[in-house]
Design a protein around this ligand. Structure first.
Ligand SMILES: C[S@@+](CC[C@H](N)C(=O)[O-])C[C@H]1O[C@@H](n2cnc3c(N)ncnc32)[C@H](O)[C@@H]1O
Ligand SMILES: [Zn+2]
Length: 290
């Protein structure tokens, strides 16, 4: 296994998803002392899953391609810059929970010369891209709702951008004093597009729900609302829809073909920064990680 696939510090933080023991490289696999073995894909990510993920959870190839192209056009770069600025000064391991194609994690790693990154996502298709997105980034397929195959206290920072939030695991994998940065859409995000296409609504009480869900484990530290107008070509407008959860609802997509002119669209993000509380993470039979 080459360092480019999985940096040694990322391997050091990974745990066997069957028994919780540390893993080490063995040829093109990671293996624990009990000989549970996980193949490294030729595209450079490791698959630690040993259970099937419910259909419809992972991004499809079409969603991944749409996201790569849309994000590559830079429409969300100001938000990525804001996240990177908040991450400044971090050394050690940055875990991106639901990293997708690695766009935000690689932007953050650019800002942090002494950090390495672990991209966790259930979509192997997305992680093919993430694994190549940055030399200090390693990628592992995992279901965020299950206990993570990541050592307790191994991370300095957890990122969570438009992805499932497992507060207990964010807390467990973070070191004492570690930070969590959560990005979520605000009401009004893509509203001009929502007027054309029947998009899923953004919950306008999301902020309160976010704090409530995390309050047992995290102290809110900072919060930034970022609103901008971006002009999207018809192709980018289509990709903005196809890269998100609306892609799982084909009935919502039929009117996309009506977009033929550039569209000025509002982007509205909430970037929330939290500090880990020093409370004991509940552990139990379902959480064997060490
Ligand atoms: C809207 S995308 C955001 C991806 C990335 N953070 C970004 O903004 O480009 C949501 C991501 O969460 C992943 N995801 C959804 N459910 C998941 C789960 N249960 N476990 C791990 N990843 C999951 C999807 O595969 C997808 O990559
Ligand atoms: Zn094992």
């Amino acid at each position: 296994m080459s360092q480019e696939d999985l940096p040694p510090s990322v391997v050091g933080a990974l745990r066997c998803s069957v028994c919780g023991d540390p893993v080490a490289p063995a040829g093109r696999s990671l293996r624990c002392p009990r000989r549970h073995s996980f193949d490294l894909a030729k595209q450079g990510y490791v698959n630690l899953l040993h259970a099937k993920v419910p259909a419809g959870t992972a991004d499809t190839a079409e969603m991944v391609a749409a996201r790569v192209e849309f994000l590559g056009a830079g429409h969300y770069a100001p938000m990525a810059d804001l996240v990177a600025a908040q991450a400044a000064g971090t050394t050690g391991l940055v875990v991106d929970a639901g990293a997708g194609t690695g766009y935000y994690l690689s932007r953050v790693l650019d800002e942090l010369p002494e950090a390495t990154g672990l991209a966790l996502d259930v979509s192997a298709l997305a992680l093919r891209r993430a694994a190549k997105a940055h030399p200090r980034l390693g990628a592992a397929v995992w279901n965020l709702w299950a206990p993570w195959p990541v050592a307790t206290g191994s991370a300095s920072l957890v990122l969570n951008v438009f992805a499932p939030r497992n507060g207990a695991e964010f807390h467990r994998v973070l070191e004492s004093g570690g930070r969590l940065i959560v990005v979520s859409p605000q009401p009004g995000h893509l509203r001009e597009l929502a007027a054309v296409v029947d998009l899923l609504d953004v919950d306008d009480r999301k902020e309160q729900r976010l704090d409530a869900a995390l309050s047992a484990y995290f102290e809110p530290e900072d919060r930034f609302e970022q609103q901008q107008t971006v002009t999207l070509s018809p192709g980018d407008a289509r990709r903005a829809v196809l890269m998100g959860p609306n892609a799982h609802h084909p009935a919502r997509l039929t009117r996309l073909a009506e977009l033929t002119e550039p569209l000025a669209v509002t982007t509205a993000f909430l970037v929330s920064v939290y500090r880990r509380k020093d409370v004991t993470t509940p552990t139990g039979p379902g959480n064997p990680r060490r």
